[in-house]
Design a protein around this ligand. Structure first.
Ligand code: GDP
Ligand code: GDP
Length: 456
């Protein structure tokens, strides 16, 4: 069930900030008892949680998130209003106007077994005036015998009536196809400066001499490199398209790798600029570490840069051909001690020299990208949070016990969560929630962020 006090506008703002455009909104409009609630339940499959339960004029207006054919949209059920002293027409009209106002399209529901009433006609006028795209649902067409009654609804002048049985599901697929055609596309998801799509963008980063250019040469193999001269000079391709594991990948900013920087003053500064610029363009970072040497502070700093940039992360230990038993023992301890904060990153142990385990690179990158793009449906997340809160409540502080009321995943790439709580959640508890989230849902190879909104 929904908790009081969270604000859909705030969640929307989060989604926008995460690079998702606002979802298109469909208002379900119709007079009482035509089957709006039944239809809404049918569309959302009764799976989705209520994401908004804000008091309307007389009763609640409820917003749900729904998906059809991979497209997400919001569904506003304007039903459930009580007829007040103004009488049925005024109440229904107010309800419809209220719902239509914020919608991108209208799903107008009529009871086909009753036919068009005066109230329905009044609603048609309001819908026409709003000028929004409309899909006409002729509901309660439970079988072929009532199909003919749906045809009478052509008289409303809203185009083709879609015969549907909200109760049994009959015709709802065709109806939803029509709805999707009426709704505007969600604005394309963008990331950084380029739209999503095309080859995935990989940044190969790591401190000098860990083997970046050797690895690049190994995976590229001279003749397979497709030179892609983007913003670079004609001599220095900025990015390279490389085929790996049957797919094309864009290794960004490879010019910075191939252009050897000698150990002069400012080389470190240059290297860190290159790392930052590669991360800026990439979706996933492969952080290369020289396994034959003691883990350096610079290694952990580069990992932190990738995490803070919000990129998927794969850690590749290179020069594995030079590892003996003793070094391996110390390496494991270094990882335990210094890389706990990226315990979630997939690890591959490779050798650019011998080609060892090169084939493991692509699966690791793909796993990390998958985690990076994972979205947990609101209902599932809240079922999980409910159990977590019940089993492991926040410790009592100053006589009070802050509680998580509701959570939502506000974004992906990387996953971002917003928790609404009745009080301040301590850092330790937030880390605990993150750990449990990872145990439950995976998120291999991706940083995740959790922000908390306190409700008084
Ligand atoms: P709302 O007031 O518009 O939200 O309507 P409801 O969804 O509450 O439905 C009103 C009544 O119509 C309920 O008794 C439903 O079971 C019934 N109903 C809804 N859809 C159908 C349908 O497709 N076929 C039939 N036979 N009854 C339906
Ligand atoms: P970059 O500065 O990160 O691009 O590193 P380079 O690719 O230039 O490699 C630095 C040195 O490490 C070179 O002498 C390479 O031959 C050597 N090297 C790179 N990868 C390996 C490896 O897997 N095994 C061994 N033994 N040496 C390597």
């Amino acid at each position: 069930a929904a908790e009081e006090g969270f604000d859909i506008d705030e969640i929307d703002a989060e989604l926008d900030a995460a690079g998702h455009g606002p979802l298109p909104v469909l208002a379900v409009v119709g007079r009482p008892n035509v089957g709006k609630s039944t239809l809404v339940n049918r569309i959302i499959g009764r799976r989705e949680a209520v994401v908004e339960d804000r008091p309307g004029v007389t009763r609640d207006r409820v917003t749900y998130e729904a998906t059809w054919n991979g497209r997400r949209f919001k569904l506003v059920d304007t039903g459930g209003w009580e007829v007040d002293v103004l009488g049925i027409d005024a109440a229904v009209a107010a309800q419809a106007e209220y719902g239509i106002e914020t919608a991108d399209a209208v799903l107008f529901v009529v009871d086909a077994t009753v036919g068009a009433t005066d109230t329905d006609e009044a609603l048609v006028k309001i819908i026409r005036k709003a000028g929004k795209p409309v899909v006409l649902c002729a509901n309660k067409v439970d079988g072929p015998s009532t199909e003919a009654e749906a045809a009478y609804l052509w008289s409303l002048g809203l185009g083709e009536p879609y015969p549907v049985s909200a109760l049994h599901g009959r015709g709802s697929g065709d109806l939803l196809d029509a709805v999707m055609a009426a709704l505007p596309e969600a604005p394309p998801q963008t990331f950084g400066d380029s739209p999503v799509g095309g080859p995935r963008r990989v940044a190969l980063i790591g401190r000098p001499n860990v083997g970046k250019s050797s690895l690049l040469n190994k995976v590229a193999g001279e003749e397979r490199v497709v030179v892609n001269e983007l913003a670079g000079t004609t001599r220095d391709p900025v990015d390279e398209m490389i085929e790996l594991g049957g797919k094309t990948w864009k290794f960004v900013d490879t010019a910075g790798i191939r252009r050897r920087v000698h150990l002069t003053a400012g080389a470190d500064f240059y290297a860190s600029l290159r790392t930052a610029s590669a991360l800026e363009k990439a979706e996933v970072a492969v952080v290369l570490i020289d396994a034959s040497e003691t883990l350096a502070e610079q290694d952990t700093r580069i990992i932190s840069m990738a995490v803070e940039a919000g990129r998927a992360v794969v850690i590749a230990y290179n020069k594995w051909d030079q590892i003996d038993e003793e070094r391996r023992y110390y390496l494991e301890r270094e990882i335990e001690r210094d890389l706990v904060q990226v315990r979630w990153a997939p690890r591959v142990n490779v050798s650019a020299k011998t080609g060892r385990h090169m084939e493991k690179l692509v699966p690791a990158i793909e796993t990390a990208l998958e985690g990076w793009e994972t979205r947990i449906p609101t209902a599932k997340l809240n079922a999980f949070l409910g159990e977590l809160v019940a089993a492991h409540p926040h410790p009592i502080r100053g006589g009070k016990q802050p509680r998580i009321l509701f959570g939502t995943q506000a974004g992906t790439r990387p996953p971002r969560f917003v928790l609404f709580a009745s009080g301040f959640l301590e850092a330790g508890y937030r880390r605990f929630v993150e750990r449990r989230l990872r145990e439950e849902f995976g998120f291999t190879g991706t940083p995740i962020s959790i922000s908390v909104r306190v409700r008084e």
